[in-house]
Design a protein around this ligand. Structure first.
Ligand code: 3HC
Length: 355
């Protein structure tokens, strides 16, 4: 049994892949059916039409009119998400050259490459909102757009690669499965593919930890130490508590977000408890206990002051991550120039053949 192989009956939140598949079917059916809410008439109020499409749970597409604040919120969230995928390659990339076997190295390489692919789908989705990828990358490089707090923590041991897969990708899936039903079509469609791949990532992390916890005493201790360090930062990934969340209410009204930060955090905790038991690891929370009346686990909240400090740039690795990204961007200039020149040559060739 690997990570999210847990069935819905076995573990609360375990049927996540089923939810992705259901969202994919719903998207396909909606596309085949066309809009129930017909195109706006020449005199129809566009804001009212937008509200009607959202109310009918249908997708807003790039060609549609949308409120400026909806567009801005989506650009902020999708860009932050794309940047997270790209910056998120660093902590794991740190272990590619030191993976314990050729097989582990090949799997990790593929995983890190997938994250780059997720970044690309998401930048492409953001571009449909009228901003270019160059602009978005510039906003990341000059620190005006954020990326997820979680990637500002260091990967000290090989077990951290397992913990990132199990917990960070696990949290990412819990957060992202509902985004497959986001009201903005290009984001929802990108999330279907991302979630399927993240599911493999979570399994590979769980499997790394499973191997370690069934190995020597030192390997099990290394796995426990990784869980001890990654647990609370993973809970914090879901964002500030609902009472302090700036955007949740509006994003939920627009059906961009389907659940609040706290609802998803709870879902994640409930999912992890049984998985930790199977791994033979202890979640580092003395306050963790089953609450019969809520049918959920009570747990200790992460330190939200720490989350805010990390978001504002004062985490253990913020500076290092930003510097590395800038250096990689500069060193990649010639690759981007070569790709543009190659594309131009191919287009020229095609034109000549057509003429
Ligand atoms: N890290 C950094 N910033 C965060 C954050 C976090 N973990 N959580 C919240 N914030 C920021 C918000 O961006 C917002 O900042 P702003 O107003 O200055 O832009 C502020 O804190 C207040 O938070 P809100 O709850 O009001 O923000 P949102 O409604 O946007 O909710 C979110 C936050 C749940 C992260 C939401 O944006 C979201 O679902 N985003 C999409 C998923 C995503 O970006 N995930 C990142 C991880 S991707 C990943 O892990 C890759 C995988 O390969 C592992």
């Amino acid at each position: 049994m690997y990570g999210n192989d847990f069935s819905a009956e076995d573990a609360p939140g375990g049927g996540l892949l089923g939810e992705v598949e259901a969202a994919e079917v719903a998207l396909r059916e909606a596309a085949e059916r066309g809009r129930r809410v017909g195109a706006p008439g020449p005199d129809q109020d566009l804001a009212a039409y937008f509200a009607e499409v959202i109310e009918a749970d249908q997708k807003i597409e790039p060609r549609d009119w949308m409120p400026e604040a909806y567009r801005k919120t989506l650009i902020r969230q999708i860009a932050q998400h794309a940047h997270s995928e790209i910056i998120g390659m660093q902590p794991e990339g740190n272990w590619i050259s030191r993976a314990p076997s050729l097989k582990r190295k090949a799997i990790l390489l593929a995983k890190v490459q997938d994250e780059a692919g997720h970044g690309l789908y998401l930048y492409a989705a953001a571009e449909t909102l009228g901003i270019s990828r160059d602009e978005l990358v510039e906003l990341l490089l000059n620190g005006r757009q954020k990326y997820s707090s979680i990637f500002n923590y260091p990967t000290l041991t090989w077990a951290d690669v397992g913990a990132i897969g199990w917990l960070v990708d696990g949290a990412a899936i819990v957060n992202q499965v509902p985004l497959c039903r986001c009201s903005y079509g290009p984001y929802a469609r990108a999330m279907i593919r991302v979630c399927k791949e993240e599911s493999f990532h979570q399994r590979q992390g769980f499997e790394i930890l499973h191997t370690l916890t069934h190995g020597t005493g030192a390997q099990k201790a290394m796995a426990q130490d990784a869980l001890d360090r990654w647990w609370y930062p993973s809970l914090a990934m879901f964002g500030p508590p609902d009472t302090d969340s700036t955007h949740s209410a509006q994003s939920m009204a627009w059906k961009i977000k389907r659940f609040s930060n706290d609802e998803l955090r709870q879902r994640f905790v409930d999912m992890c408890v049984q998985q930790a038991e199977i791994l033979g690891l202890t979640i580092p929370d003395p306050g963790l206990r089953w609450n019969e009346s809520r049918q959920s686990y009570d747990f200790t909240q992460p330190d939200y002051d720490e989350l805010m400090r990390v978001i504002k740039g004062d985490g253990p690795c913020n500076r290092q991550r930003a510097e590395h990204r800038r250096r990689a961007h500069d060193e990649g200039t010639w690759v981007r120039e070569a790709a543009v020149a190659y594309a131009a040559k191919r287009a020229e060739k095609k034109e000549k053949v057509a003429a």
